[in-house]
Each structure stands twice: as structure tokens, then as C-alpha cells.
Design a protein around this ligand. Sequence first.
Ligand code: GDP
Length: 590
Amino acid sequence: MREVLGESVLEQIMVDAVLKCQYDACKALDLVLSEECKPTPEIKNQVAAPSKKSTEGRAREQPARVDADIIPKVAKMTVSGKQITGFNIPSANTDENDHLRKGAVPNEVFPSVMPEASPKPNSACPGPSLTEEATAVQTPSKVSTKTRQQLDVKVELEKRQGGKQLLNLVVIGHVDAGKSTLMGHVLYLLGNVNKRVMHKYEQESKKAGKASFAFAWVLDETGEERERGVTMDVGMTKFETKTKVITLMDAPGHKDFIPNMITGAAQADVAILVVDASRGEFEAGFEAGGQTREHALLVRSLGVTQLAVAVNKMDQVNWQPERFKEISNKLGQFLKQAGFKDSDVAYVPTAGLTGENLTTRSQVPGLRTWYNGPCLLEQIDCFKSPQRPVEKPFRLCVSDVFKDQGSGFNVTGKIEAGYVQTGDRVLAVPPNETCTVKGITLHEEPLDWAAAGDHVILTVTGVDIIKINVGCIFCDQKAPIKTCTRFRARVLIFNIEIPITQGLPVLLHYQTLTEPCSIRKLVSILHKSSGEVLKKRPKCLTKGQNALIELQTQRPVSLELYKDFKELGRFMLRYGGSTIAAGVVTEIKE
Ligand code: GDP
């Protein structure tokens, strides 16, 4: 207890709590914390929203649920090094395979926690916080009641989540723009952050003389956990607005996370672009070499059309309206060129550190005089939920693979099309083998079905875990995804220094997959808007050009044509650590 609480709590208070909780240190700790950090009225309002979900969010913080904080990390451990199998990514650029390098936690870390975590299958802990045992017991029992029912997915989707729509959100922006602080603070204000963790970080960051990092650390810890192969506490990456349930994609704490960002953004519906309003800082992020432009271009190329720009650290410029306007104008011009419609981009002045204008409209005098628009949370609520292609054949791109104790193993990923029910037989490509979906978990809850747009955990049996990797696609066995080593694509060349020539070896980033490939043919240069052929068989491609090219992969990859499945027909090409092109698949060869 002392380790978590530091010197901030009297010995006697701790002793009393321990006695009250009959020597259960975890409960006692939460008891002390619940006394210590009673939420402010503002937070209470947020947490006490009447929906079913937020009730659960609040329940996570009750002392009786102490184990919920431990169990997810145990139950969802990744088998060491598992995901790397089958990937042959050049190691020179280590960033490129960062997201494949999960699973490094030695198994011996877990046994000491396991016995404590496992005997509580029936505790009130939600969803994936269940142990493997619990999942194994609970999921099938649910299945038996509703298995193989004919589903009207569209109708069911509307009823689900208390009528709230699901939205996948990615947070992007230049290093140090304040992404982690901003989102950490939003989650905290919404009551989604484990109080114990928050308190610990406040203490530690104060001790380290960096109190300002406390919120960022909340998310950075998550980042670390991922690196170590422990899937992050799902509860921390989900939050609710008035009309939506938001899944926060990827840990924003990653500093250099463009390859990770491609994976995150490929699964996102909408994005928050965070820019630092401080003098010189916005400019540094926006200039060539800064990540503001690259990130914005990337998410747009990956199909994100709606953007909320958090003009952050406004406290640093005394909430000056001129600075806000200057940044909005500069960004506005660029975003338009990048393909965002003006009406789909909104600018919100924020200060992630002080929490201004995040979950409630700010009352800061410097801001109130000129801004009466929405706060960040309200702006997120305004995003339109995209159409979910639920009527198309089932497709899920695997973003993580991990083993539980029970039978089978788990894969996580976003369902890109169609829907899946427990008991379904689905095809995994590669290795082109069928398996059975034993359980489905969405936002910590076991379900009978899930549909396009949902970020789920599937428990599967009937296929060897060794054969399933990040990047693998689970699909409808009657209408499987196409597989090839050669395909044609229309590409937009980014701001490259050296022209692209035939034979160039590049990295194909497709959904969660990263695969080496080469540019086999430069077929033609196309007119940007009409698509008319301007030149056949060009010698090279230069920045800003639109072209038709043919790509050759070393191993078979599963792709879809852009015209059939928009979401599954897009990809990015990277070379030497930068993104050189975005493309859409136009023809699958062989
Ligand atoms: P990230 O790299 O984009 O995730 O940025 P961090 O969240 O790690 O923040 C970088 C630095 O900016 C930290 O020192 C934060 O305390 C600081 N910071 C973040 N938001 C604000 C803000 O609104 N105002 C001020 N003054 N500093 C901030």
C-alpha cells in the first residue's frame, strides 16, 4: 500500500482500512483511495450517465472489483514471440516491425498472479477480465441459448449498446503535441482510469519533479504493457459520449509509431489530430519532417474522412483567438489538399494538461469571450458513424494472437465486413484452414455475434496457433478473400526525394499486415482526377503523381479489390522508413 500511496496517507488510515477489509490489501488500498480521490462533482456527472455501459465503468472502480484490474493483463497475455512467426521484415529499420514484436514477456512473470486471478470466474468482473476458465465456461453457455439463430444484424446493431453507435478513433499528431496527456486526461475525467494507477502516477511524477506527466503516464504505461506483450487494459481505451461508444485505437504514447499508426489508422473510422499551439512548436510539427502532415495524409489515405483537430496547449499562448485562427487557417488549407472536406474537419481549442475544454465547455475567461463551440468530447460525439458493410461476406484482420489456458486461442482484430456468430466455421487465410469461433468478446463482454466495425476478440479452435499471425485474415469460407502474389494498383506518390523505379523493394502495409514486396512494373501515369492514361510504361514515378503499378510479394497475401471492399482494398507503401505511396487494389493477378 505504501508503494502505491507514497507518503500521502497516514499510517493509521492504512491500518484502519486493512482491518476493515480483513487484511485484503487490494481492497484496503481501494478503500483508502476511494476516500482520498472522491471524484469532483464534474467527474461524478460524467460517470453517473444513465447508460448501462457507464454504470459498468463506474463499477470497475468499486473495491469488490480489485481483481478486474489484474485479470485482464493475465488472461490476455501473448505467447512469447508468437506474432513474429512468418514475417520477414528487414531489421534495419526497427520501427517497421515494432507492432509485430509484442509478446516478449517471459511466462514466469505470470504464475504468481495467476492463482490469485483465476478462482473468481463468477466475480462481477466484466468480459475479458474473465480468466480463461471463466471465458471457457461462460461463453458456451451463452452460445447454447442463441446459437445459430438467423440474425437481422442491422436491426440488432441498432438495439445494441443501449442504442449507442460504436466508433473507432485514432489519435495522431507530432511528437510532444500532447496526445497522451490529452487522452489520458479525457479518460480520467470520464472516470475510466483506474484510480489506483492514477494516484500512483501522481505520486511518482511529483517525486520525479514532472507532475505534468501524470496523465501521459497513464497511457504510456499502456504502451509499455503492449511492448511487453501484455494486452492493455481494454477498459482504459474505451469511453462513451452522449450518443457513442468510442474505441480508442492504439496507445497514443508511442513516440515513433508511424507503422503502428498505419495499423491503428487502418482500423479507425475517425481521427483526432493534436497540434501544439505554442509558438514555434506548431510550426515545427507542420513543416517538412514534422509528423502533422504525414499523419494527416496517412489517415486520409487509409480512408478516414472526418477529423477533429485539437489545437492543444492553448494555455501556452494565453488562449489567444488570433493564434487559434492562424493555426486553423494553415491547417485548413493543407487538409483540404490532403482530401478532407472542410465540413468534415472541426477545430477545438484545448489544454490537455489543465483539462480545459476536454469533457466540459471551458470556463477559462480567455477562451469564453471568443469561443462558444463544443468541447472535445462533444466534438467527438458529433462524428458521423460510418456505414458498416454488414451485408458483405465476413472479414476480420488479425491484429493480435494470444493464448489462454482454456481450449483454443484468441485473436483480436476489427471486423471489416459482414458479421460472425459463435459456433461459425470460418476460414483463416493464410494458412487457408478452417476453424470454429467458440467465443466473441466485445468491450469486455462475451457476445453471441459481432459485426463490421466491431473490434473484437475471437476465441477459436480447430487450427494450430503457430499458423495464425498478425496480418492473417479470417473470412467467410463460402466467399473467401482472394490470395495472390501479384496485383495491380492505382497509387498516389507522396512527397518523395528519389523517384520510384521498377524493381524497387518496398514494404506493403495492408491492414495489420506488413509484407516485403517489389514494384514489378510501372504500368502507366494517370491523370489525377479523370484517371486517363497520360503515359504508358514510364521509366520512373515522381512526387505527387498518380500511377498504375504492378506489385509482387514474396509470399501470398490476401487482398480485395477496392471496388468490392473499400476498406480492404487500400494499402500503403513504405521505403527506408518513410511512406512513399498510398494505393488501392485494382486488379488481382495470381
Ligand atoms: P505526446 O508525445 O503527443 O503524447 O505528448 P505528451 O502527452 O507526452 O506531452 C508532451 C509534453 O507536453 C509533456 O511535458 C506534457 O506535460 C506537455 N503538455 C501536454 N499538454 C499540455 C497542455 O495542454 N499545456 C501545456 N502547457 N503543456 C502540455
